[in-house]
Design a protein around this ligand. Structure first.
Ligand SMILES: Cc1cc2nc3c(=O)[nH]c(=O)nc-3n(C[C@H](O)[C@H](O)[C@H](O)COP(=O)(O)OP(=O)(O)OC[C@H]3O[C@@H](n4cnc5c(N)ncnc54)[C@H](O)[C@@H]3O)c2cc1C
Length: 357
């Protein structure tokens, strides 16, 4: 073994990959263009508020997450989301409706019309589509579940996860598990029931039932702990500009404080955004790089707000709400940050994270 591996990018993908590779005995070096690790994971503390500007939580979909946390001695920092945060709201006609999670709630909710509820009952009788990557989320969901379900359940969910448009995203790429339910079991309802039995055996959790987690000091705790594990093997403030192949080895060129340096590796893993990967690897496969360059990254702005609890005119008892594009609001939704995890705001305040696209 003892191969030298270089990972480009010290966001959570690069860092977690580095951790597992090191555990398997590889020599790993990480090159990061920023002054600190974490990539999109950024946490700041100000005036008693704890602000996660990127991800506010993770989902414990795999037992590997707990192993990673234990490996890094972070068990006393690891926290689960509060029960209240399990409730999610969708805005329709300026009213917040709880997103139903049981058949009983689905039947009684005013989020969907009676017609939409009856349409959902047809799902098990709808056949498979022959389209693969070509099929958008909108096409897939409208065919299987009807247009109202697309507008008031899937559309806001796609905005919440991808800040994306379901007409433009491929269902096979964006929701591979959903797509596979149709492919493997012939339908979503059938597949959900059978998939749950399978996961029970493997110990995996579906995203719907997985527990939400964070850390007492915010999400940045995780990248910081992996940074401590790797120390000087993470080269910060070092921007990779190109990669070349020489005699079965890879030569990585990077800029640090205005001067160029190189590293030689047996293997390279790039975790940079696709448009940056396209520039770095242009010498290898210009066709692939031209595809990578076309991947659209929606710009997202995050606004963090704090209010006195006494000034809030309604109970805060959920994760927050998402806004379907049909509602024509200027933002995608809001997280009720201080409800989801403890110690995100001073005792008498409530904090909110709003996403604009
Ligand atoms: C506002 C927001 C909220 C989110 N909320 C959630 C959430 O609640 N839950 C969740 O699961 N996910 C959430 N996500 C998504 C999640 O943050 C990302 O999927 C994840 O952080 C991506 O990590 P990454 O390591 O793949 O990429 P990045 O975090 O983008 O890391 C890539 C790294 O590569 C470095 N880099 C770039 N170019 C170079 C170069 N030339 N040389 C060297 N290094 C380079 C960058 O500086 C960066 O550190 C959210 C994302 C955003 C933006």
């Amino acid at each position: 073994m003892n191969k030298n591996i270089v990972i480009i990018g010290a966001g959570i993908t690069g860092l977690a990959t580095a951790h597992w590779l090191k555990k398997d005995g590889y020599n790993v070096t990480i090159i990061e263009s920023n002054y600190e690790v974490g990539g999109s994971m950024v946490t700041e503390q100000e005036n008693g508020y704890l602000i996660d500007f990127g991800p506010n939580s993770g989902l414990e979909t795999s037992p590997l997450i707990k192993i990673l946390v234990e490996d890094l001695n972070l068990s006393d920092q690891f926290i689960y989301g509060n029960k209240a945060g399990n409730k999610r709201y969708i805005l329709r006609d300026d009213n917040l409706h709880v997103l139903p999670t049981s058949l009983k709630d689905f039947l009684s909710t005013k989020l969907f019309s009676v017609k939409a509820k009856l349409r959902l009952g047809l799902e098990p009788f709808i056949g498979r589509s022959k389209d693969g990557y070509g099929q958008s989320i909108s096409e897939f969901v409208t065919r299987r579940l009807g247009s109202e379900f697309l507008d008031y359940a899937i559309n806001p969910f796609v905005a919440g996860v991808y800040a994306g448009d379901p007409d433009k995203l491929s269902v096979k790429s964006a929701f591979p598990k959903l797509y596979r339910l149709e492919e493997l079991y012939g339908g979503l309802i059938k597949g959900t029931i059978k998939g749950a039995r399978k996961r029970k055996k493997s110990g995996e959790e579906s995203k719907q039932s997985a527990a939400m987690f964070s850390f007492k000091d915010g999400m940045v705790t995780l990248p910081k702990a992996i940074h401590a594990e790797f120390g000087d093997n993470i080269l910060l403030n070092s921007r990779v500009t190109s990669v070349d192949k020489k005699n079965d080895k890879y030569q990585i060129t990077y800029e640090h404080n205005g001067s160029q340096s190189t590293l030689v590796a047996d293997l390279i893993i790039s975790t940079t955004p696709s448009y940056i990967t396209a520039n770095i690897f242009n010498n290898f496969d210009s066709g692939l790089c031209s595809h990578l360059n076309k991947i659209y990254y929606p710009p997202v702005m995050v606004l963090y707000l704090g209010y006195d609890k006494k000034d809030i005119g309604q109970p805060l008892d959920g994760f927050g709400y998402l806004i379907p594009s049909k509602e024509k609001k200027k933002y995608l939704g809001a997280l009720w940050s201080s409800v989801i995890f403890d110690n995100r705001a001073p005792e008498d305040k409530a904090s909110f994270t709003l996403f604009f696209c």
